[in-house]
Design a protein around this ligand. Structure first.
Ligand SMILES: *Cc1c(COP(=O)(O)O)cnc(C)c1O
Length: 364
């Protein structure tokens, strides 16, 4: 198959060495080789983010949503409530997930792409002492908005709340200051900025959380965070992991270690700047103010007279996959992510193809 450049926010293009490592051989997950593989991945994850002294991680087989479900289902003590910051599809999903597990939810809602009102958040926290957890999305992939993680974290510390962060589309692509935020629970996945395959995701748990989580009632069998975490601490796995996907994840972490998290953030940031200069030159308008944007995704307004379907198909014929808007934005925007192993020449060729398409639509 000819190379397809993926400009969707995960799954991403992986390196040939990550792809080849899927084929390390058949093995049973109860054998010592796999126990070692799982421990190596867990160690590399906390080492690559420089948090080995403060966090432990639980892996879970499943897409990013699986890890998020493990975190959300298992984060709340009996009788307490969760405040969910919602300003896009993914924040709303945390709200929906919380309700599915019977958590009472205080939703702090702003429009899609609109940062949360921090004064309103503080008033909510002060008015509702029963709130135990504040949950938020770091990079709201719906619009490319970076939510104010450090500011929310500071309010959580001030008011003694636990912070749960969906960092699925941000870890290794955007700065995440673990020391400043002291987040209780952080959720990530293999197949976005870490550049592995879909099928394994993870929850980083602050060491201070261990005792509290042990006393949270079990609300799920597969997604029980404390049980998964404590089994993995003992070198065991509760269920059959997607072993081949873990081989690739292990390799992807080695490559991230080599590039370094800072190096990758810089590479993504440069790619996003390059793309955004190109978009501006062809007259494409950003959905959000540039200052609010992530390093790894740009939401663009569809130009007058252009619909998403033909734009997608034309780019696809030229070897690029772009991404539609979601929900109420599906007819008015399209998205271009720059996560993954993509070369500079490929971004330049994308800009050429996109420019042809935009100019020909303008002439029609
Ligand atoms: C991609 C994404 C998810 C969902 O991940 P899946 O791997 O599709 O399950 C959740 N939250 C955010 C912020 C995302 O970008």
């Amino acid at each position: 198959m000819n190379r397809i450049v993926l400009l969707n926010p995960g799954p991403v293009n992986v390196t040939p060495t990550v792809r080849d490592s899927l084929l390390r051989g058949d093995m049973c997950h109860r054998e010592p080789e796999i126990a070692e593989l799982i421990q190596n991945i867990r160690k590399k994850l906390v080492r690559v983010f420089g948090i080995e002294d403060r966090y432990k991680t639980a892996l879970i087989t499943g897409s990013g949503t699986a890890a998020l479900e493990m975190a959300v289902s298992s984060c709340l003590s009996e009788g307490r409530t969760v405040c969910v910051i919602q300003n896009g599809v993914y924040g709303e999903r945390i709200g929906a997930m919380s309700k599915a597990y019977g958590h009472p939810v205080h939703a702090l809602t702003s429009g899609w792409g609109v940062p949360p009102d921090l004064a309103e958040l503080e008033a909510t926290l002060m008015g509702h002492p029963e709130i135990e957890v504040v949950a938020m999305v770091h990079h709201e992939t719906t619009t490319g908005l970076m939510n104010p993680l450090n500011e929310v974290a500071a309010l959580c510390r001030k008011h003694g709340k636990k912070l749960l962060v969906d960092a699925i589309s941000s870890l290794a692509g955007e700065p995440f200051d673990f020391a400043a935020t002291q987040a209780a629970i952080v959720v990530g996945t293999a197949n976005k900025c870490i550049q592995g395959f879909p099928g394994v995701s993870f929850v980083l748990v602050h060491n201070n959380e261990w005792e509290r989580l042990e006393n949270v009632p079990a609300r799920s069998v597969y997604f029980d965070l404390f049980k998964n975490l404590s089994a993995q601490e003992k070198g065991e796995t509760l269920f059959t992991p997607a072993i081949q996907v873990h081989y690739a994840f292990d390799q992807a972490l080695d490559e991230l270690m080599q590039e370094t998290v800072e190096g990758r953030i810089r590479r993504y940031g440069e790619a996003a700047q390059r793309l955004r200069r190109g978009f501006a030159e062809m007259g494409l308008a950003l959905l959000l103010d540039e200052a609010l944007l992530s390093n790894s995704l740009t939401a663009l307004k569809l130009p007058e007279g252009m619909t998403y379907g033909p734009l997608h198909d034309h780019l696809r014929q030229n070897g690029f996959v772009i991404y539609a808007g979601q929900g109420g934005l599906s007819k008015s925007i399209f998205r271009i992510a720059n996560m993954g192993d993509i070369r500079r020449e490929e971004f330049d060729r994308l800009l050429e193809v996109l420019k042809e398409t935009v100019l020909s639509a303008g002439r029609a």
